[in-house]
Every structure is written in C-alpha cells, then in structure tokens.
Design a protein around this ligand. Sequence first.
Ligand SMILES: Nc1ncnc2c1ncn2[C@@H]1O[C@H](COP(=O)(O)OP(=O)(O)OP(=O)(O)O)[C@@H](O)[C@H]1O
Ligand SMILES: [Mg+2]
Length: 247
Amino acid sequence: MTTALEIRDLSVSYRGGIEALRSVSMDVGQGAMVALLGANGAGKTTILRAISGLLELEHGKVTAGSIRVFGESLENIAPHQVVRRGVFHVREGRHVFADMTVEDNLIAATFARPSRSTKLDFGEVYRYFPRLEERRRQLAGYLSGGEQQMLALGRAIVAEPRLVLLDEPSLGLAPMIVKEIFQIIERIRNEKQLSILVVEQNAAIALRYASYAYVIQNGHVALSGPSMDIMKNSAMSSLYLGGKVAA
Ligand SMILES: Nc1ncnc2c1ncn2[C@@H]1O[C@H](COP(=O)(O)OP(=O)(O)OP(=O)(O)O)[C@@H](O)[C@H]1O
Ligand SMILES: [Mg+2]
C-alpha cells in the first residue's frame, strides 16, 4: 500500500524546553483511517501540528526526525505549502469563521485547494451534510456544536485534500451526533479514498471506525496495532476505555 504519511523518530519541543514528543514513528496508508489515542497532554495535537506546520505558531519546533507526505519530505515547508500538498488540518474546537455564513465558510476553504480551482459548487458537501444546505445563509456562529463540526468537515471536503488531520471531532458532542459524524467521515473516506488521521479522546468510537491505532503516552508511542487488537488489549481497556469498548 502507498503511504500517505510516514513519520520517523519525530521529536518536538515547545518554548521553555518542554519535550512534547520523543521519537514518534507512525504511518497512515493511502485511503486508511488511523486513530491517535491517549490521555490529555499526551502529545496527540502536537503530532498534527508538526505535520501541518502549525507548530511554529505555538512556539514549538521539530528537534529530530522526519515527516513525509505521499513520499515527499515536509522539512522547512510553510503551513500554506503543506495545504497545497493536499494536507488539511481540522483543528480542535472546530475553528469555523463565526461571523461568516455557512456558504462563505465553504468559499473561504476553496483557497486551500492544491489544484487552485475556484469552482463554487458545494453540491458534494451538501450531499454529505444536508443540514448545511438548509442553513447555508446562516452565520456559522449560530450553528449547534454538531453543525459546526459538520461545517469544519465540509470545509475539509471543499479543500480537496488527500490527507485529512482531524483533531477530536467528537469533542463536546452528544453520542448520537458523534455516531452520525463518524459514519459520514467513514463514507467520505471510502468514497473519496481519503487518508485520515484522527485524534480522539473517545477511544471506543475511534477504534470502531479506524483500521489501525496508535496510543500516545507522555510523548511517545506506548502501543500500536490494528484497532481490533488495541480494543482487546487489557491495559488499553482499563486505561482509556474504562471497560466500555462496546459504547
Ligand atoms: N503551545 C504550547 N507551548 C508549550 N507547551 C505546549 C504547547 N502546546 C502543548 N504543550 C504541551 O505539550 C504536551 C502535549 O500537548 P498536546 O496538546 O499535544 O496534547 P494532547 O494529547 O493533544 O492533549 P489533549 O487531549 O488535552 O488535547 C503537553 O504537556 C502540553 O502542555
Ligand atoms: Mg489535543
């Protein structure tokens, strides 16, 4: 399988010398959904920032190791260039433009397209998320939490990426909505053959949809394997799943 993302021995420090990642290695196969699990502060978001180039904004830097996307190194590449290579980072907390309409939020995402196409047909987004079409002239700030997450994913679709980084899509959402959102993410992955790296606190749902998972603990990979194996791992179950794997 072609590799969408290949991280080797990545170490990252933030200003003040805090070492957030220590020699992390991981892969995402093309068209696969891979989960990044772990407790608060483990380093999950830092991995996504290192890939998308947002680390610098946070006064962090890669101190060792390499990141390759579709075979190409991301060393010394600015965030907007990473986007042009087809990597789209949906940040934690959704980050839609609250005082712009739903449709204007989608229009803004066209600038991230690697093809530089300015096509303004959002039919595909509205097929995945009919609720966004109903609310397309509404200000994004007035959407519910679940709808804002849908808009953040809609923006990712508009950007036409090959690799999507999702930071906690379930954050603050009711279980029913979380399930609905993961089902749509899975449909999008399958239909568009997208590669997805998803960070989740909700390990049960992530393991159900991802084929492979990495468990991050104190800045390094503590455990990795096919989701089924991680689910069955007793240490994993008591640490992160609280015994509710079947949620
Ligand atoms: N901008 C920053 N400056 C300094 N330290 C940071 C910064 N961002 C994160 N850290 C530290 O790096 C470590 C990893 O943080 P990170 O945000 O990657 O964790 P996480 O696994 O995403 O946690 P959470 O589940 O709470 O989102 C933590 O110890 C955190 O305090
Ligand atoms: Mg985080």
